[in-house]
Design a protein around this ligand. Sequence first.
Ligand SMILES: [Zn+2]
Ligand SMILES: [Zn+2]
Length: 327
Amino acid sequence: MRAQLLTEANRPLIAADLPAPRPGRGQLLIAVKACAVCRTDLHILDGELVHPKLPLVPGHEIVGTVVERGPEADRFAIGDRVGVPWLGWTCGVCEYCRSGRENLCDRARFTGYQIDGGYAELTVADQRYCFAIPESFGDIEAAPLLCAGLIGYRTLRLAGDGEQIGIYGFGAAAHIVAQVARYQGRQVFAFTRPGDTAAQDFARSLGAVWAGGSDERPPEPLDAALIFAPVGALVPAALAATKKGGTVVCGGIHMSDIPAFPYSLLWEERVVRSVANLTRRDAEEFLTLAPKAGISTATITYPLAEANRALADLRHGALQGAAVLVP
Ligand SMILES: [Zn+2]
Ligand SMILES: [Zn+2]
């Protein structure tokens, strides 16, 4: 099968022709139809996430069809369309798994990081971590739901029920979360790189009531802020824009250092927290909600062979929506 392979951090992916993987017990062999590109893929390529399997097929926003089933893999039928997210395996017995927090599992394994992912024609996944994709979404449209959507949804959920929601970094996750927030009757305030009027227009087109630079203050204080850009300096900026008792949620897996800031920004019960990974419950809830909320995804497609170009475009902030690789 054709695949794009990471052999070493800080090197471009290389095109490879690999033997087709085989599904083991409880696993599905999936023909990949689309795989979205996530900022986490860049963090892996750049060596900021330090323990990838190598060589690695990246990619954890996979949509495909089941072409073969391993022993005891009967949850889906041959031909079924499934999605494969970042959470690829959990132990089921650690204190986190036993308390409904499998996203924090001590021994979790992640797709496109410790398990080969979707930058390929075929992939193998544990059936327990695969999800049916709502029919109203095409393969390419659905791919960004699997991480940008799911982890974005978890980020919004952990921000609480406030009405005024700020979103810092208006990329793939934000463009989905903004639609969910609006469906829930909330107001979205979008913060982009200063001067990025194209991204601000994009945010307004998705229902943001205000869009401006991350160096600006919103017209009214926020109940909560979600940070999707991997920039630590946004944490004090977001706290300064947030009401008493408000929450700032960091939605990314990696961020540059957070600069020191005066305690007065945190005072009055403001909260700073992160979001790690996802649970299968998040996936089920979000994939049920997405068609009801009429979520539409903006995608830019690239042939699989041009994965490096897709990653470069994501790195340089050139995308409105999500890059999706098509084998
Ligand atoms: Zn991701
Ligand atoms: Zn566990």
